[in-house]
Structure formats: structure tokens, C-alpha cells
Design a protein around this ligand. Structure first.
Ligand SMILES: Cc1cc2nc3c(=O)[nH]c(=O)nc-3n(C[C@H](O)[C@H](O)[C@H](O)COP(=O)(O)O)c2cc1C
Length: 386
């Protein structure tokens, strides 16, 4: 069309956009609050060391940015942590393995932040026992705070710069073996979690292929697709209202959302123009993976899942410190029936198995653009019975 341009914009969960916009179209004058405000000065103005540490913990990486963490602060000097079971992802994460990885990252950040400000913490995972295949109402951790000397973990300096970066990565710039080794090492826990990486051309090509097949499988599995679409926040107003999920913000999303071109109905149709354009964006991401890195658990116990999250947080921070970006590709790690064949194939490629699975797989490299901080709901939304 003569005076129209096609716009494509990446979105977090799997889909996106193409639509027309001409000169003269502008974003709404929304005047909305910053959905990423939680990243600015976490804990500023808080006098309780538990709340100061929690203000950092809510910046943890977590699946679909569901932020399912609830803190009970009623016991002085202690925090009991619960999963908000209204924020699970049952279609793609049927055993809440990934949700617990996000809880482990949360605990690691809580501990780092507490120690940086001079508190010592003692963490007891699942103080009332581990849940079975479904999470229940019992806490996932109890954390006791006491006074100590400040301990500056060098990785703590990276916390506010850490991102999940979904931009294309530079395929001409392969991360060095030394950097990959150091990042992998940060994702290891002795006796519990190993980590490995590859920048080998044949092996990365095979991994680019399978992560892409995983993406396609998810797009074409209605319940899995719906789960993502249900948490897509279309336009600045929705992003600011929810401050969670998959944020589709910016002037173009505002316009497309208002015009009805970017709607849950369009996103639920794998053949829609929105999804066809999104597919191109995601394929470009899968294709720009100069290296991959992954973590394997010695088992798949609930405590191991928490430990994977803690180690993943450190891995992400170490990558940040080295100027490297990471982006998880979890589709073929997910345990729902429609993914079962790809799950087995990918686990075998990486040296994992159902009982000692690969828990996290990321592409790693030098991103071609920076990522904005992902929205966070803010501390008050995480304090239970306050
Ligand atoms: C267990 C786990 C699995 C994840 N899987 C994916 C994934 O498959 N694709 C993706 O784009 N991001 C994935 N992420 C990244 C989250 O979407 C991201 O952490 C969240 O949106 C918050 O953004 P941030 O990491 O920039 O703070 C995963 C994160 C975790 C902890």
C-alpha cells in the first residue's frame, strides 16, 4: 500500500504484529505510571530489612513474568514465602517446575540483598514439607533474618542491569570459551546442578532447529497458546494496569490494540497476520543464537528446582557482568503431552533425562539492542495479610 508502512514489534511470549500505520498516528497521551518503577530504587524508604530485601527479590527472573510470590511478614524477623496459586501456568508448566525455578531465583536475590545490607539470613526450603506434583498452600521457604556484617557479593552490582534480552544476537560475534565457561560456572551448584555450553557450529545449528520446533509446537497447541495470550498485556494502559505477564507496549501497540488489529482473538489464531509477523520475529531470534548454555539437575525434586533458580539467577548476573545477554528457550523443556517427543529429543541432545532433566536452556550472545526492564507489580502486591 502506497503510504502505509508495516510495523513489526517483538513481544514476549510468542507472537506479534504487523499492521499499518500512516503519518499522523500517535500514541495515546496516557500519562500512566512507569510499570518498571520497581527497578529504580528498590527498598528506598523502607526501614524493615526484610522489606528492603524483598524489594530486590521481586526483580527475579520468572516464567511469563507471573511474579507469583507472597510474603508473610507477621512473624518478627522472619519471612514465610508462598506461591500465589492463582498465578500458575498449568498448561505449559503442569508440575509448576518452572514456577519454582522463579521462586529459587527470588530466594537468591532476597539473600543477596539482605547480605549486602548487613543482614544474615537462614533459608529453610519447604519448612512444612515438599509438595507433590501440584503445589499446595504450604510455604516454599521460611527465611529468618538476623544482624550480621554486610557482605558484598560482586554479582549484586549487576542486579538492576540484569535482563532477559529477546533481541537478535550478533552471529558474527561468538562469545569466548572463557566467558561461556565463567557464565556456566555461575550456574553450577556442587552435587546438585551441572551446567554446559556449546558454540560449536553443528551443535548450535541443531539446537537452533529444535528450539524453533518447540516454539512452533507451542504456537500450534491451543491450550499452550491460550495460556500465553491470556497474560499478554496489549498497550501501555494494560501493561501499567497489570505490571506482569507479557508486555506489548509502546505507541504502535497502543494503536494496534485500539484499532482491534492486536487482540486476543487474533493472537489465538496461529494463522492471523499478527501471528505470522510474530513468527518471523521469533524465527530471527532462534536463528541468532551463536551459543547455547544449559543447566541439568541431579534430579527433579522440588528443592532442586529451587536451587536451579538460584543458580540461574547467578548465571544471568554473571552474563550481565560480562556484557553478554541471555534468553531462555523453555518450550521443549515443558512437560505437557503435546510436547513429549520434542522433550525427549532435546533432553537426549543435551545429556538430560526425565529424572535428571535439563531445567534451563538459554541462547547466549551479544544482543544487537538493549532490553528495557520488565514490569513489576511492586512490593505491596507481594505482602500477604499486611
Ligand atoms: C523458568 C523460566 C523459564 C523461562 N522461559 C522463557 C522462555 O521460554 N522464553 C522467554 O522469552 N523467556 C523465558 N523466561 C524469561 C522470563 O520471561 C523473564 O524472566 C520475565 O519475563 C521477567 O523478565 P526479566 O528476566 O527481564 O526480569 C523464563 C524465565 C524462567 C525463570
Amino acid at each position: 500500500m502506497a503510504n502505509r508502512r508495516n510495523f513489526i514489534r517483538l513481544i514476549g511470549g510468542g507472537v506479534v504484529i504487523a499492521a499499518a500505520a500512516g503519518a499522523g498516528l500517535t500514541a495515546f497521551p496516557l500519562g500512566l505510571a512507569d510499570p518498571s518503577a520497581a527497578w529504580l530504587t528498590p527498598g528506598a524508604g523502607e526501614t524493615d530489612p526484610r522489606r528492603r530485601a524483598l524489594a530486590f527479590a521481586i526483580l527475579a527472573p520468572n516464567p511469563h513474568n507471573m511474579q507469583p510470590w507472597l510474603a508473610d511478614l507477621r512473624e518478627p524477623g522472619a519471612v514465610s514465602l508462598f506461591v500465589d496459586r492463582t498465578r500458575l501456568l498449568p498448561a505449559t508448566d503442569p508440575f509448576s517446575r518452572q514456577i519454582l525455578i522463579g521462586c529459587g531465583a527470588f530466594l537468591a536475590l532476597l539473600e543477596m540483598a539482605a547480605r549486602a545490607q548487613g543482614a544474615t539470613v537462614a533459608i529453610t526450603p519447604f519448612p512444612q514439607g515438599e509438595p507433590g506434583p501440584s503445589l499446595d498452600d504450604r510455604p516454599f521457604a521460611r527465611v529468618v533474618f538476623s544482624a550480621g556484617a554486610p557482605v558484598a557479593d560482586p554479582l549484586f552490582a549487576q542486579v538492576l542491569a540484569r535482563r532477559t534480552n529477546r533481541n537478535p544476537y550478533d552471529m558474527a560475534r561468538i562469545p569466548s570459551a572463557a566467558d561461556l565457561q565463567a557464565v556456566a560456572l555461575a550456574g553450577v551448584q556442587d552435587g546438585l546442578i551441572t551446567a554446559a555450553f556449546t558454540a560449536d557450529p553443528a551443535r548450535t545449528a541443531a539446537l537452533r532447529d529444535i528450539v524453533w520446533r518447540g516454539w512452533l509446537r507451542e504456537m500450534n497447541t491451543p491450550a499452550a497458546l491460550k495460556e500465553s495470550v491470556d497474560v499478554m498485556r496489549i498497550g501501555d494502559r494494560a501493561v501499567t494496569e497489570h505490571r506482569d505477564g507479557i508486555a506489548l507496549d509502546g505507541p504502535m501497540m497502543n494503536l494496534l490494540g485500539a484499532a482491534g488489529l492486536m487482540s486476543p482473538a487474533a493472537l489465538l489464531d496461529p494463522q492471523s497476520e499478527a501471528n505470522k509477523a510474530g513468527m518471523q520475529m521469533w524465527k530471527a531470534m532462534a536463528d541468532s543464537a551463536p551459543a547455547f548454555l544449559w543447566q541439568i539437575g541431579v534430579d527433579n525434586r522440588r528443592t532442586t528446582q529451587l536451587a536451579v533458580g538460584a543458580a540461574y539467577l547467578r548465571l544471568n548476573l554473571e552474563a550481565t557482568a560480562r556484557g553478554l545477554s541471555i534468553h531462555p528457550w523453555s518450550m521443549a523443556l515443558q512437560e505437557y503431552p503435546e510436547m513429549a517427543d520434542l522433550y525427549r529429543e532435546q533432553q537426549a541432545m543435551l545429556g538430560g533425562a526425565a529424572q535428571s532433566p535439563v531445567h534451563m536452556l538459554v541462547r547466549i550472545g551479544y544482543a544487537t539492542a538493549e532490553s528495557a526492564p520488565a514490569p513489576r507489580r511492586g512490593l505491596p502486591d507481594h505482602v500477604k495479610d499486611a
